[in-house]
Design a binder for this molecule. Structure first.
Ligand code: CO8
Length: 258
């Protein structure tokens, strides 16, 4: 499907979705949220790993579209908030691994999009933060929930309440991103990561992700139970036989995804 504000490129097992609204530093207006949701769903069907990034070298996504937010009535705001949350939940629960290539500004809803991804690479010019309180609102696309799960309550509260901007080096130090790479290479690094992921057993990857993401929202005992259930289920797949066979035959496994 063709999109107005999203570019889709497929290379081997990896699909890259690029938010492309240069006039607004790739800010997520309502139409872009809708397109991105559709694009993520479509890509999840056909690829082994996904990359999300922003067009150009200046911005990943500069947030929700402030000019649109400013025009909204409360009745219009609610569906928009739900659409944004739906997008972030869809990214996080995507059965395929999703890597964010943060190639510049990632603020507000843009940062929340990166937080919903499973892994993040960033170039040195990346700057991240939740500036909502400076606009008289609070993060509305999951930032108040996903940020503390990543960096802890104190640092998340500091970032949210002071609207502090975090550069790529600091983001790496506090565990907001997994890789900081030279200028212009965030997408290349994301691709390397995505290819590494695409070479792993797809169903195992999916359930490992589910165990971590869902488990974090559960008491430890229930999380361990979930891990046990998923792990037991995985011992029924054809891929687990292929994994053992390939190891014993000293060759690369040929995953079937079942
Ligand atoms: N929305 C709309 N337009 C934007 C946005 C945005 N988020 N960010 C930048 N733009 C536009 C600018 O208005 C400007 O347009 P124009 O050229 O027509 O004046 C163009 O992009 C270039 O921006 P700047 O000239 O400002 O570029 P700078 O390099 O000087 O600054 C910054 C870059 C620092 C990124 C700056 O643009 C900025 O601060 N942008 C806003 C960042 C922000 O506050 N983001 C959070 C938005 S709120 C949010 O995301 C809430 C999510 C949950 C909502 C739930 C609601 C229901």
């Amino acid at each position: 499907m063709a999109y107005e504000n999203i570019q889709v490129s497929r290379e081997g097992p990896v699909t890259t979705l690029t938010v492309n609204r240069p006039k607004a530093l790739n800010a997520l207006n309502s139409a872009t949220l809708r397109e991105l949701l559709q694009a993520v769903r479509e890509a999840a069907e056909s690829c082994r790993a996904l990359i999300l990034t922003g067009a150009g070298e200046k911005a990943f996504v500069a947030g929700a579209d402030i000019s649109e937010l400013a025009r909204q009535t409360p009745l219009q705001a609610r569906p928009l908030a739900l659409r944004g949350q739906k997008l972030m939940n869809t990214v996080e629960s995507c059965p395929k691994p999703v890597v964010a290539a943060v190639n510049g500004f990632a603020f507000g809803g843009g940062f929340e999009l990166a937080l919903a991804c499973h892994l993040r690479t960033a170039s040195p010019n990346a700057v991240m933060g939740l500036p909502e309180v400076t606009l008289g609102i609070i993060p509305g696309y999951g930032g108040t929930q996903r940020l503390p799960r990543l960096v802890g309550k104190g640092r998340a509260l500091e970032m949210i309440l002071t609207a502090a901007r975090v550069d790529a080096a600091e983001a790496l130090r506090i565990g907001l991103i997994e890789r900081m790479v030279p200028a212009g290479e965030a997408q290349k690094a994301a691709r390397e990561l995505a290819l590494t992921l695409a070479a792993k057993a797809p169903v195992a990857l999916r359930y490992a992700k589910e165990a971590v993401v869902k488990g974090l929202a559960l008491p430890l005992e229930d999380g361990v139970r979930l891990e046990g259930d998923l792990s037991t289920f995985l011992r029924t797949t054809e891929d687990r036989l292929e994994g053992a066979k390939a190891f014993l035959e000293k060759r690369k496994p040929r995953w079937q995804g079942r």
